[in-house]
Design a binder for this molecule. Structure first.
Ligand code: CTP
Length: 405
């Protein structure tokens, strides 16, 4: 099943091709997709919500709230849930509304809320399809990054012959599968990711640690795995579980253990993403017994830990990629760029502690990616999983550049 685990919103609009949406839905379900159908009021004139809800196994969303019990259909939740929004068939009217943000039904509000890619399969008569208004709307939708599944040529419902028929359901299913496969740009690649904090032991019951939750590192590992890579996370102590079969986890406690594991693994990989908040200092000696309370101050002598990223930077071959993070409080861009140089990184992801919503223990992050030529790319505040998507997109483009060199 080539779509298993994929969440797809199937949007239906008022076109005669809506009858084919039942076959399309069956095709998606057969491939393992989890499909939520959203219908415009006009779509219901062509195919019943009952058909679509029976085939999808869940109620169809069509109105902003249910007339029977007043419960609200959250277009925002649907938009966040989906990996793909597929609008098939898409009428000229719906495409016009999408292009201009005219939110007069649940399908359009869902479209505007959706963070996922959008595929559109237009369906209309040939003259409507060719009309400059429709062509202009298609261009606007393309400029938003929406993918258009070109309609086919043939006999249309009007009896005329030409371009405007919605692509056949089985071909749309194949396009959807191909779309998800294209995401597999890191197939046969292996990445090392460091994540979480390190704990530096003081005595059998105490340690020096930090607030890192590991969420950013695990989100990057998930995104790398979704792109087809095998991932090894060398992870400090965190409370995150992952069940992705492409991800293996090597748990460690201290900076020293993390270094040891990374040195063993790195040369077998295509690259490493250094996400861990590694302690910079560790106690010079660890007490074998619990340190007892006394009346005097307790002084713990600390020594610097080894810089893991810097060590990997020295080992790095020209085909390997090394990415680091920088958490800064002041002179952020300069400090981050110097870190990139010192550690021989291909790019560095800067987090500023001055940005609200960025940093430890939160689910959001705001990053700037700085490359080897000191060019910064600024990103908005996003969820850590969306930030991971941006970082992995950059990794893919760097890998492609390396392959061309
Ligand atoms: N890093 C590492 N090993 C260390 C310290 C840091 O691998 N011992 C990595 C981090 O995972 C991160 C990058 O180096 O990718 C920068 O970490 P950061 O703590 O911001 O910088 P430091 O080099 O420790 O410098 P400072 O704390 O002085 O800002």
């Amino acid at each position: 099943m080539r779509l298993s685990g994929k969440h797809i919103i199937l949007g239906l609009t008022g076109s005669i091709a809506a009858y084919k949406a039942a076959y399309l839905l069956r095709g998606l379900i057969k491939e393992g997709a989890d499909v939520q159908v959203v219908m415009t009021p006009a779509a219901k004139e062509f195919i019943t919500p009952v058909t679509m809800s029976v085939l999808s196994g869940k109620p169809v969303a069509s109105d902003f709230f249910s007339l029977s019990d007043g419960s609200w259909h959250s277009h925002v939740d649907m938009g966040q849930w989906a990996d793909l929004m597929l609008i098939a068939p898409a009428t000229a009217a719906t495409m016009g509304k999408m292009a201009h943000g005219v939110c007069d039904n649940l399908l359009i509000t869902t479209y505007l809320s959706a963070k996922c890619p959008v595929m559109i399969a237009p369906s209309m008569d040939l003259d409507m399809f060719q009309h400059p208004a429709n062509r202009a709307n298609l261009e606007i939708l393309r400029s938003f990054g929406n993918l258009i599944i070109e309609p086919g040529e043939g006999v249309l419902a009007s009896g005329l012959h030409g371009k405007g028929r919605m692509e056949e359901p089985e071909n749309i299913v194949e396009e959807v599968i191909q779309f998800f496969n294209q995401k597999k740009k890191l197939l046969n690649k292996h990445f090392l990711v460091t994540a979480g904090p390190t704990y530096e032991k003081i005595d059998p019951v105490r340690f020096i640690g930090n607030y890192s939750s590991g969420k950013m590192g695990y989100a990057i590992a998930n995104e790398l795995a979704d792109s087809g890579a095998r991932v090894t996370i060398v992870s400090g102590p965190v409370h995150i579980r992952t069940v992705n079969p492409e991800i293996s986890i090597i748990p460690v406690q201290s900076a020293g253990e993390m270094l040891e594991q990374c040195l063993q693994i790195f040369s077998h990989t295509d690259g490493a993403v250094m996400c861990a908040a590694v302690a910079d200092f560790t106690p010079e000696s660890v007490s074998e017994i619990k340190v007892k309370r006394g009346n005097d101050n307790l002084n713990i002598q600390l020594k610097p830990t080894n810089d893991i990223a810097e060590a990997l930077g020295k080992m790095k071959t020209k085909n390997q990629l090394l990415i680091g993070f920088a958490l800064e409080t002041n002179d952020e861009l300069n400090n981050a760029f110097h870190k990139l140089q010192r550690k021989s990184l291909d790019f560095i992801v800067l987090n500023s502690m001055n940005d609200p919503g960025a940093g430890f223990e939160v689910d959001t992050n705001k990053i700037t990616i700085i490359d080897k030529d000191n060019n910064p790319t600024f990103f908005e505040l996003k969820s850590k999983s969306k930030v991971a998507t941006d970082i992995v997109a950059r990794i893919i483009s760097e890998m492609e550049q390396k392959a061309c060199q």
